[in-house]
Design a binder for this molecule. Structure first.
Ligand SMILES: NC(=O)c1ccc[n+]([C@@H]2O[C@H](COP(=O)([O-])OP(=O)(O)OC[C@H]3O[C@@H](n4cnc5c(N)ncnc54)[C@H](O)[C@@H]3O)[C@@H](O)[C@H]2O)c1
Length: 359
């Protein structure tokens, strides 16, 4: 029996990447493949019923359990994946895969891009954040010297299987972690996401529309990615809205603040900075503030890190000549980047800034 599945293929730099979204689709997707991945990396902490489901769906693949989390996105984590590929004699014609969240995805994708100068890989994102964002678009990488995503490559998975079975019974924390990115899509493409995010109980609405939202986010992200895969034209950079501050927040909090919380606060802080630079961002600030109650739990963590953000921003990939480029949407303009002096940001970001912002 073929279960219902939405799928769409995108061609990027002459390579095809296919995204399939549905519930309990992994087995059908595996059967439709010419050959299943030789190895699939899975987080050791993934619930057993999910590991069993992956093993049943991909009966020809070897499952390799790894410790995921931000610690995996490191030289050691990368070396562990590469060692497994070498010891299992993976060759250039093999495909590998991962099932898991953004941390395992970023690391395995990076390993696939450099092992034997690049091998094919398949993604089975299992967190909400990974299904709506991190598994899509082919940015891979690891952290280095406490700085986020400092080393990485562009390498698209040939197939992304977003099976919402993995999201059944997901925790509030996992949902909130993806919500930051979902709100980002809403700010960038309000008309597409307003039916889901503009009123009512947001968490409940998201839970009731997972398949639709995962597919919609995947399509929107790939539309930006396919027009600017290498992130050089300012188009793809819009997807990084809020991320300059978010990455600094994650780093300065020792990764105790989740990616979603950091992205939410990052967007709000960047929007306020944009306003202080003289560009009217009041609509964006207003739209973001609607979600304040959802993120209020992480306000204290934000407060205690606000003073050190500029120091971490100084090492952001987007900094050149002491200036950081902040992507910010303006009406009628798809790509728009505002340059800010990191020294100036450092002077602005203090507890008064937050009081003023959250007034
Ligand atoms: N490459 C990109 O374009 C991109 C985009 C956004 C975020 N990211 C990265 O993604 C990472 C965050 O990803 P994440 O939020 O998925 O975190 P994560 O990978 O750390 O996963 C969170 C936890 O959930 C567990 N888990 C995974 N699936 C589960 C399931 N179905 N049920 C229960 N538990 C499950 C994992 O084992 C892990 O302990 C960050 O490092 C961020 O930088 C990358």
């Amino acid at each position: 029996m073929i279960v219902s599945m939405r799928s769409r293929s995108f061609i990027v730099e002459n390579l095809e990447t296919e995204i399939a979204v549905g519930e309990r689709i992994a087995g059908d997707c595996a059967r439709l493949m010419n050959s299943q991945p030789k190895l699939i990396f899975v987080p050791s902490g993934l619930p057993k019923r999910m590991k069993d489901y992956i093993a049943e769906s991909f009966s020809s693949s070897d499952l390799i359990e790894v410790e995921d989390g931000e610690g995996m996105k490191s030289m050691d984590g990368l070396a562990g994946i590469l060692s497994s590929l070498a010891s299992h004699r993976v060759d250039r014609n093999d495909t590998i895969g991962y099932a898991g969240g953004g941390t395992i995805g970023d690391t395995v994708g990076f390993a696939a891009s450099i092992f034997k100068r690049g091998i094919d890989f398949v993604a089975l994102p299992t967190t909400f954040l990974a299904q709506i964002d991190s598994a899509i678009g082919g940015k891979n990488g690891i952290n280095f010297q406490a700085y986020k995503n400092m080393i990485g490559t562009f390498h698209l998975p040939s197939k992304i299987i977003s099976d919402v079975f993995f999201l059944s019974g997901m925790s509030e924390i996992m949902l909130r972690s993806g919500l930051g990115e979902l709100i980002k899509y809403f700010i960038l493409e309000p008309e597409k996401f307003a039916p889901f995010l503009s009123s009512g109980n947001v968490m409940q609405t998201v839970r009731s529309n997972l398949e639709t939202l995962v597919f919609l986010c995947s399509e929107v992200k790939m539309e930006y990615v396919s027009r600017d895969f290498r992130d050089r034209l300012g188009i793809r950079m819009m997807l990084n809205m809020g991320h300059t501050v978010a990455h600094a927040l994650e780093s300065s909090s020792g990764f105790s603040m989740s990616h979603g919380d950091s992205v939410y606060w990052g967007m709000l802080i960047e929007a306020k900075l944009v306003q202080m630079m003289g560009t009217d961002s009041s609509d964006v600030i207003l739209n973001l503030k609607r979600f304040l109650t959802v993120f209020k739990q992480s306000r204290d963590a934000l407060q205690s890190n606000i003073d050190s953000l500029a120091k971490y921003m100084d090492n952001d990939k987007k900094v050149a000549g002491g200036q950081v480029r902040i992507p910010f949407p303006l009406p009628g303009k798809r790509a728009n980047v505002i340059r800010m002096d990191v020294g100036w940001i450092g002077k602005m970001l203090d507890s008064n800034f937050l009081d003023d912002l959250l007034d």
